[in-house]
Design a protein around this ligand. Structure first.
Ligand SMILES: [Mg+2]
Length: 322
């Protein structure tokens, strides 16, 4: 048999958290049988969290990137691939417990063989990403892309306060829990402008801008978010009183999983939604100007205090296999 000259896998992996032996055998069971070119194995470093590895893979003519890592590694790889414009597909082998993108793509969280098969042989489909144009506290401008969601205010502060081990062990949902116990509830005044329309000022605890909607534990603050509709979903969250919180938690759990599945339930939830609990919007572009400096997180990594940020959907940014 002649080697399959067209296909080459590059595996970008987070060394401490991957069972390399199992991963290798799963990859080889696909690439050897199909006579692919020899695979590239690129591990992430503390200073190089995936982007450089993705560019190296592209330079060495990889056609299929597999990223075995957590949300941060996945974000770095997807951003680099999206910006490169290279014709390469990305598959995800979820590691750790957050894995918000993998969950939303329906990738199984156990069973490395199935994960690898889907990453290499699954159907390729386009995925939107979010782009954040950020003005930092010191007026530096940075651009970052995200696959899952960005959060401002309380949500971002929780990311700063949760220690890495806990973050790794429990995933995103740990943040909320640790946050409620340790952090004072500070409500921020934000001026938000959606798709160039008139700005509106809201007082919120947190503002979430999502590319995907479902969080671990079947929680959703944006149940209608779709990965490929060219839109970002916005959740404006500002409960103040205990009954608002009860309403909020009911909405994100039972509300979206049970009530929302019927048309009447959906109507009821939408009609009673407002910023005192949870209000959902969709937009192509949303600009946020906080009255005071506010914390920002992107796919679970704290960015720091910012002066202003504009979020835009980048439709069909990357091709993903799942
Ligand atoms: Mg969308």
């Amino acid at each position: 048999m002649v080697p399959n000259k067209n296909k080459r896998a590059a595996i970008i992996y987070f060394p401490g958290r991957v069972d390399l032996k199992k991963l290798r055998s799963a990859v080889e069971s696909v690439t050897t049988v199909s006579f692919w070119e020899p695979s590239l194995w690129l591990k992430t470093e503390a200073s190089d969290t995936g982007a450089q590895q993705a560019l190296r893979a592209i330079a060495q003519k990889a056609t299929h990137i597999v990223v075995a890592g957590g949300d941060g590694t996945v974000r770095s790889v997807l951003e680099a691939v999206a910006l490169s414009g290279a014709k390469v597909t990305v598959g995800i082998v979820p590691v750790g417990t957050g894995n918000v993108l993998a969950r939303n793509l329906g990738i199984p969280l156990e069973d490395i063989r199935t994960q690898v098969q889907r990453a290499l042989l699954g159907n390729a489909h386009w995925l939107d990403m979010g782009l954040a144009r950020i003005i930092l506290e010191d007026d530096t401008r940075v651009e970052m892309m995200f696959a899952v969601m960005a959060g401002m205010g309380f949500d971002a502060k929780v990311m700063l306060n949760t220690d890495p081990v806990r973050k790794r062990k429990l995933g995103w949902i740990a943040y909320a829990e640790s946050g409620f116990k340790q952090l004072p509830m500070i409500y921020q005044k934000l001026s938000i402008q959606v798709d160039g329309r008139e700005s509106r000022t809201v007082r919120v605890l947190t503002l979430l801008i999502g590319n995907v909607g479902w969080l671990p534990g079947n929680l959703s603050m944006m149940p209608d978010a779709s990965l490929d509709d060219g839109l970002l979903d916005v959740a404006v969250i500002g409960p103040r009183r205990i009954w608002d919180w009860i309403d909020f938690w009911t909405r994100v759990t039972v509300g979206n999983n049970v009530v929302r599945t019927t048309r009447a339930g959906r109507k009821l939830l939408d009609a009673t939604a407002n910023v005192k609990t949870l209000e959902n919007l969709t937009s192509k572009k949303i600009r946020v100007r906080p009255e005071d400096l506010v914390e920002l997180q992107i796919d679970g990594d704290a960015v720091g205090l910012i002066k202003e940020v504009e979020f835009e959907s980048v439709p069909r940014a990357v091709s993903v296999r799942s």
